[in-house]
Design a protein around this ligand. Structure first.
Ligand code: GLY
Length: 318
């Protein structure tokens, strides 16, 4: 069995490419890197890679991670600027025994020495979003840019290897140097080929409070189906945060076990995800959360898919 699951509709083109590799017995490392690079390269996704939204100083600082569930190797970069594909740098770092998580200038130096592609990741469109937001900031609370953020994926290959990876520009208008959950092992992602993997999107500051990706993998190791593991972990963290702090930020998680079974949970409206397995074509689902915290899914309609792209590519009214 092989498969991939990823946060948000924006991942489906990448997941489709990754699936082509998995079909030919490709590795979960190569497939997930290829899939995430596809999202990083698409300029209209404003929360990942090229075209990602900048911090409050109008700089695009990116976070990304990669984990190999066979060896438990982890590599991550945080607040890296001017490199085209942070996920590839993270994967390269995962092969280092020490110094495998690098931030800012250190990450950039490593990427330069290793010959990774330099690129100005700040697009004119992202600048327009920035200017618009500066105007709005006076009235609004800082929050992840509405609609979608991190791309997080889990991949299983036909050899039984599980990988997880993430890539994000993080919170729009974040402070320079702010790091979210995405490059933090156990919070933004976790993979163990003995059980499966999980990855997160939402408000990093709150996702980190539950080490939630690790928690989902741990629940799967106790025999839970990925769906039950995701709902259990998300509902528990949502409840704890609400009780102790008055509210919980956005928490959305995807998971796949090493049998190719998958699960999803969220505490928000409007979460979507993409999934493919040996038995299922690449599919985008929309998630509805019931009053009881259970999540149900429906396949996104053609109309929804077209509308999504139109909205992403619409001119920005400043
Ligand atoms: N989940 C992405 C972030 O908070 O940076």
């Amino acid at each position: 069995m092989w498969g991939m699951i990823a946060t948000w509709r924006m991942a489906v083109e990448g997941v489709t490419k990754g699936a082509e590799m998995l079909k030919e017995n490709g590795s979960a490392g190569d497939a997930i890197e290829t899939a995430i690079r596809e999202v990083e390269d698409f300029p209209y996704y404003k929360s990942v890679g090229y075209g990602g939204l900048p911090n409050e100083e109008m700089e695009v600082e990116l976070d990304a991670a990669f984990m190999d569930g066979d060896t438990l190797d982890i590599g991550a970069v945080a607040a890296i600027k001017d490199y085209a594909n942070p996920v590839s740098i993270a994967r390269r770092l995962s092969r280092e025994k020490v110094n495998s998580v690098l931030v800012g200038e250190g990450a950039e130096k490593f990427a330069h020495k290793e010959g990774f592609e330099r690129k100005n990741m700040l697009t004119d469109r992202a600048k327009a979003h920035y200017r618009k937001r500066v105007k709005e900031m006076k009235e609004e609370e800082l929050k992840p840019y509405s609609g979608h953020d991190t791309v997080g994926m889990v991949c299983l290959d036909s050899h039984g290897k599980v990988t997880a990876a993430t890539s994000t520009s993080g919170l729009f208008m974040k402070k320079k140097g702010r790091v979210g959950d995405s490059p933090i092992a156990g919070s933004g992602f976790y993979a163990d080929s003995k059980w499966g993997g999980a990855s997160a999107t939402g408000l990093g500051e709150d996702l980190m409070k539950g080490c939630i990706s690790y928690e989902i993998v741990r629940l799967m190791s106790e025999g839970m189906h990925p769906q039950e593991a995701c709902e259990t972990a998300v509902n528990k963290l949502d409840k704890e945060l609400t009780e102790r702090r008055g509210k919980a930020g956005d928490l959305s998680l995807i998971a796949m076990n090493n049998k190719g079974e998958w699960g999803v949970a969220t505490n928000i409206e409007g979460f979507s995800f993409a999934v493919v397995t040996e038995n299922q074509e690449p599919t985008v689902y929309l998630v509805t959360r019931g009053e009881d915290g259970r999540c149900t899914f429906e396949v996104a309609s053609q109309e929804w898919m077209e509308n999504y792209m139109k909205t992403r590519m619409a001119p920005i009214e400043e």
